[in-house]
Ligand binder design. Sequence first.
Ligand SMILES: [Fe+2]
Ligand SMILES: [Fe+2]
Length: 208
Amino acid sequence: MPPRPHAPKAANSRHGGAGVYPPAPHNKGMPVQIGRRESDFTHPLGLLSDCHRRIERFLNVLLTLSRTRAGSALDSAESASLRAALDYFRDAAPEHTADEEESLFPRMRAAGALAELDQLESDHAAAAAAHAEVDALGSRWLDAGSLPAESATRLADLLLQLDETYRRHIALEDSEIFPAAGRVLSREQLAEVGREMENRRIRARTER
Ligand SMILES: [Fe+2]
Ligand SMILES: [Fe+2]
């Protein structure tokens, strides 16, 4: 997924814009992103929230295509948007999960366990399973040019389930978990989180 999902200043269609579709309806009321400078690895909590905005944008691409095209033939712009969204959730989104589960949450637990962290990790597992199925269905849509009705319905159901999960999950992380991390973790601990996030992306780039 070069450049990486959290790479500051990334603005290509894969990581910045999400194709031809407007922001997700549930983005209403969230800070306007246009022209906003993204956080960098020295501000890991801001970077994690920036990633949430990308998740919302790419999920909205999938929801819009599912709703408007329902498995029927796509034009070239729609195909490109679908491919970019599938790529994002296959390659980049798992790094966000690793940032939380391997870098942020363990330090928060050590500083005083939060019950919500267990639920958030269970959401990650459920979302990963749903995304694997979405990826298979979306790839089939791209390869075959269309989807049978039952597959299109299954794709729509999975995306609605993901939308519901992400709304609750992201709201909790943005409004409670990340602010709590800012209070309970030291400046050095947050710097370590940022370094681990950066190294995770350097490693992934090297391995691809
Ligand atoms: Fe999360
Ligand atoms: Fe998150």
